[in-house]
Design a protein around this ligand. Sequence first.
Ligand SMILES: [Zn+2]
Length: 220
Amino acid sequence: MTVHRVSRFGFVNAFLVEEPDGFTLIDTMLPGSAKAILKAADGHEIKRIALTHAHGDHIGSLDALAERLPGVEVLISPRDARLLAKDMTLDPGEEKGKLRGGYSGAKTKPTRTVEPGERIGSLEVVAAPGHTPGQVAFLDTRDRTLYCGDAYATLGGVATTAKPFTRFPLPAKATWHHPTALETAKALRALEPARLAPGHGKVVESPATEMDRAIARGSS
Ligand SMILES: [Zn+2]
């Protein structure tokens, strides 16, 4: 599959995933990105919006897109759906971390929440907690492209969000619980992705070695 990356300033990404009935859009970037995303879709229908997590730089253009795409499906994990609605309460056990980063919230409500193991077309929903309590990744079962949200970033090199990475510390600094983020980084690596498509930075082909290195750095 061709990976359609839509990027602003090379810094924050959304992805258009081809399905037989149209596109699935993964994440919506910062506010003001709707036009760029619709332009990238090039007249093809965006059928659904799948969100990795509720941070403002991933859900920023959700409302604008939902307005312009009547009937679009909006999917997010049940846990981050609460953050999307600006409900900042923590569940029992979540006090081990702190909600960090920008939760701008959105007016748009998910049409459906998705749990790990469920499918969104060709995408398998994979648990990826740590960066936020309910982050999920999406694995394209056709070619093993892993849309990992902020479980990894590749800006300045592949890094986990388990520990601030000198060249791009932001995602780790916006992370709820670093040890959980490290466990997620390992679990995603075990999926043997053929391609890593993160929320921040470029798409990395055959990322195994770089993911291993990132895990080692995140563990030290
Ligand atoms: Zn984030």
